[in-house]
Write a protein that binds this ligand. Structure first.
Ligand code: SF4
Length: 363
């Protein structure tokens, strides 16, 4: 049922014999009230309810593992899909800082496995199995929304939010298993459901889509009229180095990628976030920082520097603090803003694809 767009749901309910207003109530019941069964949806006529029950399930995900990091800032869930595929979802909690309020960010998966084979990524080491449906992507957020709402209810601050302020899940990032733009239609469908103001109503500017750099899809996304945050995994400033860790670069080299990003910025007026995983000895030298600075000078962007989250099989180590600082200073010298972002949830294998690797591998 969660595969349907609101317009499709409306058409279905009308076709079955109820008024469009009933479809709107059904949408709200599923995405605002988080109901998972038609049983008590008495606003629907009995024949329509029975027809829906016969043909659809609203569905929920089967959680086979759930863990919270020691510091309590990150939860990680492993879900088993009906065909046996395992996917991961992470919930991250951020305390207020400066002008920003409490945030809860859900990191969703969009594919079971991934075809792009980035050498530093646990998912990339597992291969591609299939795309996730709209419902499977949306359901990951709804699962975490339940947890977030329960926390709000338990917290003494739960009842003191200001008018219009959203609690529960505040942000969604498409940075879990898989390449979201390779599953373009379902990714965009799930975003449209998540931001729908009659349902969960996540602010579109609080949605971040991360891509390995699929050039045609970035150009297509620029015309969707969705002011999303776009994060592009760059990880190197020259084609030789980037191709060593990111096979996608052989198909879409850096020059094409940056050109597509410029198109995206021009059409959306949105800043792009470039993700740069710092791999010690591979892409973390001052010379490489200078090359990155030259590449991005004048581009409306922000660089997120992410010291690698080592995997069991992966060959890469985290760079030293001195390395990280020198890299960032060099970018600053070129007028390129950046942040060093330490990943949350290291003790629960919250890096992309790591938990599935551990559970499926029997560790
Ligand atoms: S980093 Fe992203 S695109 Fe690369 S292999 Fe991992 S999931 Fe796929």
């Amino acid at each position: 049922m969660r595969d349907l767009a609101r317009s499709d749901l409306e058409a279905l309910v009308v076709e079955l014999g109820d008024a469009p207003q009933r479809a709107r109530q059904l949408w709200r019941a599923m995405y605002h009230e988080l109901r998972e069964s038609f049983d008590d949806m008495t606003f629907l006529s009995t024949p329509v309810r029975e027809a829906l029950q016969e043909r659809f399930v609203i569905g929920s995900l089967e959680s086979v593992y759930y863990a919270t990091s020691e510091d309590g800032t990150a939860d990680k869930a492993l879900f088993r899909l009906p065909d046996g595929e395992l996917i991961e979802t992470v919930l991250m909690r951020y305390a207020p800082d400066g002008h920003r309020k409490v945030r809860r960010t859900v990191c969703v998966s969009t594919q079971a496995g991934c075809a792009w084979g980035c050498t530093f990524c646990a998912t990339g080491q597992q291969g591609f199995r299939r795309h996730l449906s709209v419902g499977e992507i949306v359901s990951q957020v709804l699962f975490m929304e339940r947890i977030a709402r329960a926390e709000d209810a338990a917290s003494s601050e739960g009842g003191r939010r200001s008018a219009g302020e959203r609690r529960g899940v505040t942000n969604v990032v498409f940075m879990g298993m898989g390449e979201p733009l390779a599953n373009y239609e379902n990714t965009l469908g799930s975003i449209r459901t998540l931001i729908d103001e009659q349902g969960l109503h996540i602010g579109v500017r609080h949605v971040t889509l991360s891509t390995v750099g699929l050039v045609p899809q970035i150009v297509r996304l620029a015309d969707e009229g969705l002011p999303l945050n776009l994060a592009v995994s760059l990880h190197a400033a020259d084609n030789v180095t980037r191709s060593e860790t990111m096979p996608v670069n052989r198909r879409y080299p850096i020059e094409q990628l940056v050109e597509a990003c410029r198109t995206y910025i021009e059409k959306t007026s949105r800043r792009i976030f470039f993700e740069y995983v710092l791999l010690h000895g591979q892409n973390d030298s001052v010379e490489q920082a200078a090359a990155l600075g030259r590449l991005l000078r004048g581009v409306l962007c922000h660089v997120n520097l992410i010291p690698v989250n080592p995997t069991g099989e992966g060959p890469f180590q985290r760079p030293t603090r001195a390395c990280r600082t020198a890299f960032q200073q060099t970018l600053r010298d070129h007028g390129v803003p950046s942040t060093i972002r330490m990943e949350k949830g290291i003790d629960i294998n919250a890096g992309c694809g790591q938990l599935r690797a551990r559970i499926a591998g029997g560790a």
